[in-house]
Design a binder for this molecule. Structure first.
Ligand code: UD1
Length: 313
């Protein structure tokens, strides 16, 4: 692929976006859009000189157009994440995750971009009884965040059917890995576990810890974003971006303590509103249509992540 192909990554200074940026660097010209609300320029350390960075808020439609113009692919990862944050403070997450997504899709359609890959969320499934969760299941969102991310999928699909903009939605399943920010109460649980493990303090587990997640290593998700941008016959569709396994919080916390040879019993707190109980991806469709092939076992992913936090501490 010619090196002047332009890729735009919204949320490119975020945890997942900054990993995707590194995946794209050898494949073309990378342009990052980020307002640094939950992203950090430090996430781009070492690659900052090789990319074009725009401090733009995706709520600002007029500012998006010139940056997206000329793009081959737009990877739309910018969002205000977190289920509880969307419950506590729903207006900003609504505006960014729904209006912002609309703005990005519109700018991509106006720019006649070849394709948009959209970061959707496994939260759309809610508490569907059956595991693993398959793309054909009826969505059942339990939180504003889940509704917002689901609506983005619908918009992505309609931008294909109505305006001919190729889109692929990937439902991310609890992504973890280096550069995930552990400093907010809304941070992903594994980043918080890492922080506590290295500080030798006890994490808080909401509920009895028997809820499970399909924890997916960030590099596997970045690889799948790339594959989704290249696959044929997938425009307008949605796929699970998970690992295909699921582990309870208790299992993961136990594993982490064993890795460090420590004993730190967790604190228990009441379950969180909007929390899904079990989550596990059926990866068959992504394997078949996108060539998904996750490379990282949970042990290997946790080991790499822990080493990164140790170095960053
Ligand atoms: C949800 C989505 C995920 C999305 C993410 C964005 C589901 C199944 N997954 O993640 O696709 O990318 O939102 O933010 O809906 N917990 C603790 N202690 C803590 C923090 C969290 O026990 O200190 C628990 C939570 O109550 C939850 C689990 O850990 O049961 C995971 O929480 P979190 O990491 O915030 O992610 P989800 O809400 O599952």
């Amino acid at each position: 692929m010619a090196n002047d192909v332009k890729f735009v990554v919204t949320g490119g200074a975020g945890f997942i976006g900054s990993t995707l940026v590194r995946t794209l660097l050898s494949r073309g010209r990378v342009v990052v859009i980020d307002n640094l609300l939950t992203g950090h320029e430090a996430n781009l350390k070492g690659v900052r000189g090789q990319i074009e960075f725009h401090n733009v808020d995706i709520r600002d439609a007029a500012a998006l157009d010139p940056v997206i113009r000329g793009a081959d692919t737009v990877f739309h990862l910018a969002a205000i994440p977190s289920v509880p944050r969307s419950i506590d403070d729903p207006v900003p997450s609504h505006q960014v995750n729904i209006d912002g997504t609309f703005n990005v899709l519109r700018a991509a359609a106006n720019a006649r971009a070849r394709r948009v890959v959209y970061a959707a969320s496994s939260s759309a499934y809610g508490d569907a009884e059956v595991l693993p969760k398959t793309e054909t299941m009826t969505p059942s969102p339990k939180s504003p965040y889940a509704v917002q991310k689901l609506l983005g999928e619908y918009y992505a699909s309609v931008f294909y059917s109505c305006y001919g903009l190729e889109t692929v939605s990937l439902r991310f399943f609890n992504v973890y890995g280096p550069r995930q920010d552990p400093t907010s109460p809304y941070s992903g649980v594994l980043s918080l576990f890492m922080k506590h493990l290295l500080a030798r303090t006890s994490p808080t587990i909401f509920g009895d810890g028997e809820q499970s997640r399909d924890f997916t290593y960030v590099e596997d998700v970045a690889d799948l974003c790339w594959k989704a941008s290249q696959a044929s016959g997938v425009a307008g569709k949605m796929y699970n971006a998970g690992n295909g396994n699921h582990y309870t919080l208790n299992q993961i916390w136990k594993l982490l303590q064993q890795m460090e040879g420590v004993s730190l019993p967790s604190n228990m707190a009441p379950p969180r509103a909007g929390d899904v109980w079990h989550s596990q991806a059926d990866t068959a469709a992504a394997i078949r249509d996108l060539g998904h092939s996750p490379r990282f076992t949970i042990e290997e992913g946790l080991r790499r992540t822990l080493e990164w936090y140790r170095g960053a501490a």
